[in-house]
Design a protein around this ligand. Sequence first.
Ligand code: FES
Ligand code: FES
Length: 134
Amino acid sequence: SVPVALYHENVLDHYENPRNVGNLDKKDKNVGTGLVGAPSCGDVMKLQIKVDEDGKIIDAKFKTFGCGSAIASSSLVTEWIKGKSLDQASSIKNTDIAKELCLPPVKLHCSMLAEDAIKAALADYKKKQIPKDG
Ligand code: FES
Ligand code: FES
């Protein structure tokens, strides 16, 4: 395992005080919800984004039922994507998350969960913007 001393203080804080835990209104047209699971461990992550009319992410919340690394990954990405465009958010890679959190190889799938959750939330938001006929 990674010695705690190697963690940057800021990063350790994502484990101890996760940011942006909570829910956004799923029925809001400007909210995209992503719900993903990790097949290898059964952990589940829900990540939601709220987008303004300029296509900027103005809010993000998560609920993660999983290990500490998954919770820290979701906390970190909700901070990263706030203020970003949809394209910028979709370009976040799990390797960026893993690097920032100094995740060991066995915990890489935890950061993958966060990347997948962003992608799923973006896809849900985009789907909601397509006008429904009739
Ligand atoms: Fe069970 Fe991640 S393996 S919490
Ligand atoms: Fe499965 Fe972290 S999400 S061990």
